[in-house]
Write a protein that binds this ligand. Structure first.
Ligand code: HEM
Ligand SMILES: N[C@@H](CC(=O)c1ccccc1NC=O)C(=O)O
Length: 293
């Protein structure tokens, strides 16, 4: 090897040399830890039992809440882009949300390593706390259109969380904004849809199906709307996959026990699989290709 290609310092075998330019003094500079508030983040795992597996349980929830935080952030932006008729920018946001959803869903496999015997050792310590009290999860449901004012009372003891949810309850959902956009594009969206009480869940509307059918029968004429409809279906499918993995994981860990939050448990979670955000985008599939009428 020519001399000028030799490493600048000879170190120990199988040991990387720490280059001389690498920063090591952070007494008055921003560092990785200070930028990310790592001391706060890593101080937030507070097991209530002595059991080894509780750390898994806590971190699984905390990482989920972090991803939910980013999802909400992105959903707010998507809603804004739709309201401003920037469909392409909105779909860029949806693409990111879909990846977040995949991460969230994939993560169930880590928690599925928690056996019933392991969980039983610290479950009692959880008292009546439950994922049912996740205000960020509820906020995501609201943003997607599954509004339920009854959920707000769960957060009476946490006024900022309750206020955040109340605000989202009174704002348009992603679907409301998409339907408004369709109307601005000249589609005859029924007045009862456009003027609905947005504090309630969207209700299936058969006229809307016929209207969306136009997009699906002539994709070339409405390509961006066609793509947007499919993106929204992806969002709902992904959300349902998360719910499904939740209920299966719960089933393998606590069987048919009642939930710490007071529900029947698996049965209650299964009912959530009947909820739908964008019913017309699914109903249209039955119509496509059928003779119109
Ligand atoms: C050992 C693991 C878990 C078990 C046994 C479990 C069990 C349950 C049960 C029984 C419920 C119904 C409410 C109740 O009565 O408590 C519930 C709701 C919920 N859990 Fe979990 N869960 C687990 C993990 C998680 C994780 C990791 C998350 C992630 C954030 C989560 C989020 C939720 C949410 C958002 C709800 C409300 C669902 C709805 O309203 O449809 N859970 N869980
Ligand atoms: N509801 C669960 C407890 C539970 O999973 C949980 C408890 C505290 C914080 C988050 C939880 N996760 C999801 O419900 C149970 O019935 O075992």
């Amino acid at each position: 090897m020519p001399e000028n290609h030799l490493p600048e310092t000879t170190g120990c075998p199988n040991t990387r040399i720490i280059e001389s330019g690498i920063e090591t003094d952070f007494s008055d500079k921003m560092s990785y830890g200070s930028y990310l508030a790592l001391d706060t983040l890593l101080d937030a795992q507070r097991p209530v039992s002595e059991h080894h597996d509780e750390m898994l349980f806590i971190i699984q929830h905390q990482t989920s809440e972090l991803w939910l935080k980013l999802m909400l952030h992105e959903l707010r932006a998507v809603r804004q882009q739709l309201a401003a008729d920037n469909l392409r920018a909105a779909m860029k946001g949806v693409a990111r949300i879909k990846h977040i959803q995949r991460s969230l869903t994939e993560q169930w496999s880590v928690l599925a390593t928690l056996t019933p015997s392991e969980y039983a050792q610290f479950r009692d310590e959880l008292g009546s706390s439950s994922g049912f009290q996740s205000y960020q999860y509820r906020a995501v449901e609201f943003m997607l259109g599954n509004k339920n004012a009854g959920m707000l009372k769960v957060f009476a003891a946490n006024p900022p969380a309750q206020a955040m949810l109340a605000k989202i309850l009174g704002q348009t959902s992603i679907y409301d904004e998409f339907l408004q956009l369709l109307a601005r594009r000249g589609f005859n969206v029924p007045a009862e849809v456009l003027e609905r009480d947005i504090t309630h869940a969207h209700v299936f509307n058969a006229d809307l199906v016929q209207l969306i059918r136009v997009v699906y029968e002539r994709p070339d004429d409405h390509w961006d709307l066609y793509e947007a409809c499919e993106e929204l279906v992806d969002l709902e499918d992904n959300f349902q996959l998360w719910r499904f993995r939740h209920v299966r994981t719960v089933n393998r860990i606590i069987g048919m026990k009642v939930g710490t939050g007071g529900s029947s448990g698996v049965g209650f979670l299964q009912k959530a699989l009947d909820l739908t955000f964008f019913p017309e985008l699914y109903a249209v599939r039955t119509e496509v290709g059928n003779v119109a009428g």
